[in-house]
Design a protein. Structure first.
Lengths: 635, 255
């Protein structure tokens, strides 16, 4: 409680600050809870309605008044009639032209950059909070310092996210006013709540970051952790709220066939794709955030002047890689769920994504994901070089490489092969009798599960490198683990092969036991290892900093691959709407209402990735600069 | 000094040969008389990642990485190895030139096309002068359990009167005219064709034929007739029933 007397900030008493903070939190918590409470939809309905009949305009369909039907629930006598606009039928001339700008490219790049930074600043506080908590539990200050440094990197990114968000909103209003008006007519209040939540997030972030050194002991440390938790609560709520707009655009709900909002905001929010997108983005953010701070650590490692600095940033890079892999391993499963729901919502959308126009972007995705697996594993294998005792396990690496590369080749083998006419004749048709088997989900699911199990095995070997188990049942435990891995792998492969003999809709369901097998292997062997290596003998400490420079490039590879992957697959998800602003409801009639070629789209995404990387380097530089000043001041 | 470099080259060659010869050999074993090569475009990606895998293997360890890089450093960094350096550079340049020449030399072969075999269907389609919503369309005979066999048999008659010339009596795409087409007729027995699709997809594909394909499906290459000109709606639904019944596949469902 020592900081009570000091005051949280110079000139501001703690009591006043804490009171303000509490009031602020209560206020925002209430805005947070209101929309999800059971009665909320009743009380929100009138608030979401336009208060006067909406101007239909020349091009709009006739305005349908809900009030003309049955009276709105919660509406009081004497209030105006609540009407909702149908989706307008706009023409090409209804889209404002801003000289010097291509509307689609401008919005595309700015939205992509906003998402890159948004994902990063939402992810960092999650693992920073966990690392800070680990530091508190283990009383190891290094964790605390690392968590502080991670959040420092995200500070500039937070401002950039906000600026890009503002720019995106203005661009949407300027380039697509009718679309924005329609969306605001349905989601207007959620947009305002979003902005208010942003204040809450900023407040928590600044208290969390600037109060780090002051709030580092006793009760104040717990208060600091609570601030971190609230920061995450605000961040996550912001994300799921904005996801409703995106999922509505893809799979609209809560509206009738003319696009007229039924008045039930909850129905509009919980579209079929909302939760799959929420989960996929949440997990992907952690993996992405981990990879970006990993790149920061690699950058600092490569530019480190002293052994201490090298050791610190080596450790930081390892932790960041761990976070990235931790988020990355369950990501394919969340992706499968999302695509299953996309197919379930619309066969057309599903086939366009994975069998039609965008199928080749999925091949690029597979190549990038495979590169991520290779990069993450390579980093771990290189890391074993700094651990005395790892020689016992390095012979196993060559087998792991064969399995991982083999699974990778299966993973990206396309269903539709590009062949010359001569090759078509040699093969005997467009369907390859061997490779054709690798193009379907049975093979893909099997490959990705084995990839994940192998990556986990790499991690286990890394962790065991400097330990010798002393438990009396070690040999039995090892035998159990071998049986677990072998049995699990056989089960995954058998399920995969079985999938070829059953109907496709049942085959997809086989991915669940395959995933369960993978998770069982990971959980059971982690528990076994935990008991087996309790009180283990050490073969020597990890020599942090004694890491080959090339391993750091694996961390850069992870960051760039994740970024590019996010851009490409985000484009696929968004472009599935094709010529619709809101799928099947609100048609896009602008000059750009066509799906560009894959090469063109990949080019635009690559430009966005370049800009993002340049801005991230800027953020690193700023963080570096502040660290230098801090060091000089301390000195 | 060259041990690791030679090891790298041998490993790459071995894995390359396994793919280059192993896959066609397996294909030949499955389908006698064929030699299904790995398409060049795919082989290039395979080889790229085999090289990457071999390099990862030989460089994760510090000593091994140094040993692998030693001959390269020696050739490029040692002033006494000027002659050898020039030879290596010349060989690399000539190899690059050869690859480039192979790629740009004139050929009579048709260019490679990125054809999507099962492109996305439209959300609605007009056939026999009326619109069909493909998002909600279902086979009207599917639920008629009492007459299922009769309907499927009638579908079979339609198939053998119209479709089997191309798609074959075993529905494996090997009909009489099979070899005359490129792309060849679809093999319905294969798990990657009708087993992956909903009945509404088949209804659209059969009804509108090759010309009804979207651009990514290369409609100009398909020889499939526009069957709505020759068959009734009822006949198409029955033939779909037959295709699934005969092959043992179930129509794809979601959710």
């Amino acid at each position: 409680m020592g900081f009570l007397g000091k005051g949280l900030f110079k000139g501001v008493s703690f009591r006043f600050t804490s009171l303000t903070a509490c009031l602020f939190l209560i206020f925002f918590a209430s805005t947070l809870i209101l929309p999800i409470s059971h009665n909320a939809s009743l009380s929100l309905k009138p608030a979401f309605a336009t208060e006067s009949p909406a101007p239909a305009g020349e091009h709009a369909a006739p305005v349908l008044s809900k009030a003309e039907g049955k009276p709105e629930e919660g509406k009081k006598e004497g209030e105006g009639k609540f009407t909702y606009q149908p989706a307008p039928k706009i023409k090409v001339e209804d889209y404002p032209i801003v000289k010097g700008f291509n509307s689609r490219i401008a919005v595309w790049i700015v939205a992509q950059l906003h998402l890159f930074f948004g994902a990063f600043v939402l992810a960092v506080p999650i693992f920073v909070l966990v690392i800070e908590g680990v530091g508190l539990a283990t009383k190891d200050e290094r964790y605390d310092h690392m968590a502080h440094e991670f959040i420092k990197v995200s500070m500039t990114a937070f401002s950039i996210t906000a600026s890009l968000g503002g720019l995106l909103s203005l661009m949407l209003v300027s380039f697509y006013p009718d679309f924005f008006k329609y969306m605001a007519g349905i989601f207007g209040k959620t947009m305002i709540i979003y902005a208010l939540l942003f204040f809450g997030e900023s407040f928590c972030l600044y208290v969390y970051y600037y109060g780090w050194d002051r709030m580092n002991e006793g009760f104040s440390k717990w208060l600091h952790l609570t601030m971190g938790l609230m920061l995450n609560v605000f961040g996550m709520t912001l994300m799921v709220l904005s996801n409703t707009w995106v999922s509505f655009m893809m799979a609209p709900s809560g509206i009738d066939d003319a696009g007229v909002f039924t008045g039930d905001i909850w129905a509009a929010i919980r579209g079929p794709l909302w939760n799959p997108i929420n989960l996929h983005r949440f997990i992907a953010n952690i993996a992405f955030g981990g990879s970006i701070v990993g790149a920061y650590a690699a950058f600092k490692f490569l530019s480190a002047k002293t052994d201490e600095e090298k050791a610190h940033y080596d450790w930081m890079g390892y932790t960041a890689n761990f976070i990235a892999i931790f988020g990355f391993l369950p990501l394919p499963f969340a992706g499968y769920w999302l695509m299953k729901e996309v197919y379930g919502y619309s066969q057309q959308m599903g086939i366009t994504a994975m069998g039609g126009a965008f199928a080749w972007l999925f091949i690029i995705q597979a190549v990038l994901i495979g590169s991520l697996f290779l990069g993450a594993n390579y980093y771990l294998w290189c890391g074993m070089g700094r651990i005395k005792g790892s020689e016992r396990y390095t012979p196993a690496i060559k087998y792991l490489i064969v399995v991982i590369v083999g699974c990778f080749l299966v993973w990206f083998t396309p269903h539709t092969l590009i062949m010359t006419s001569k090759e078509v004749t040699q093969v005997g048709g467009t369907h390859h009798p061997v490779l054709g088997f690798l193009g379907v989900m049975s093979a893909k699911n099997t490959a990705v599960n084995i990839l994940i199990v192998s990556t986990f095995l790499s991690f286990m070997l890394y962790r065991r490198s400097n330990k010798i188990a002393t438990a009396s049942w070690t040999s039995t435990g090892n035998a159990l683990q071998v049986a677990l891995f072998a049995g699990g792998a056989i089960n995954i492969v058998t399920l995969g092969v079985y999938g070829y003999f059953i109907p496709a809709n049942i085959r997809i369901g086989l991915s669940i036991p395959q995933v369960m097998t993978t998770l069982t292997i990971i959980i059971v062997s982690s528990v076994l290892d935990g008991f087996m290596y309790k009180g283990a003998k050490s073969t020597g400490p990890i020599e942090w900093g004694k890491m080959g420079q090339r391993s750091q490039y694996a961390l850069f590879l992870l960051a760039v691959s994740f970024t590019w992957l996010m851009g490409l697959m985000g484009y696929v998800r968004s472009a599935l709407r094709q010529h619709w602003h809101v799928y099947t409801v609100f048609r896009d009639n602008s000059l750009d209402a066509y799906t560009p070629t894959l090469g063109y789209a990949a080019g635009i995404i690559t430009i966005a990735v370049y800009i993002f990387i340049a801005l991230v380097i800027f953020a690193f530089w700023i963080a570096n600069f502040s660290a230098k000043k801090h060091a000089e001041a301390s000195h | 000094m060259m041990k690791k470099l030679i090891q790298a080259v041998i490993l790459i060659l071995v894995f390359y040969l396994i793919l280059k010869l192993g896959i066609p050999a397996l294909g030949s074993f499955l389908h006698h008389g064929t030699w299904p090569v790995v398409p060049t475009n795919l082989m290039r990606i395979y080889v790229f990642f085999i090289v990457a895998g071999v390099l990862l293997y030989l460089t994760f360890n510090e000593e091994s990485a140094k040993e692998l890089g030693k001959p390269i450093k020696e050739v490029y960094g040692n002033p006494e190895k000027g002659g050898l350096r020039m030879i290596v550079i010349a060989v690399i340049a000539l190899f690059g030139g050869y690859i480039t020449y192979q790629n740009v030399k004139p050929s009579f072969e048709a260019p490679v096309e990125l054809r999507s075999i099962h492109p996305a269907p439209p959300s609605s389609v007009e056939m026999w002068g009326k619109p069909y919503n493909l998002l909600k369309l279902t086979n009207p005979f599917r639920e008629d359990k009492a007459n299922f066999e009769k309907n499927a048999r009638e579908g079979g008659i339609v198939f053998f009167k119209n479709c089997f010339y191309c798609h074959g009596d075993k529905l494996d795409g090997k009909g009489h005219y099979n070899s005359g087409f490129s792309p060849m007729p679809a093999n319905f027995v294969d798990v990657g064709t009708i087993a992956q699709l909903q009945e509404s997809f088949l209804f659209w594909r059969i009804g509108t034929g090759g010309p009804g394909l979207p651009k990514e499906g290369a409609p100009w290459r398909s020889a499939m007739p526009i069957w709505q000109h020759f068959l009734s709606e009822e006949e198409i639904w029955k033939v779909i029933l037959f295709l699934y019944d005969y092959t043992g596949h179930s129509p794809r469902t979601f959710g």
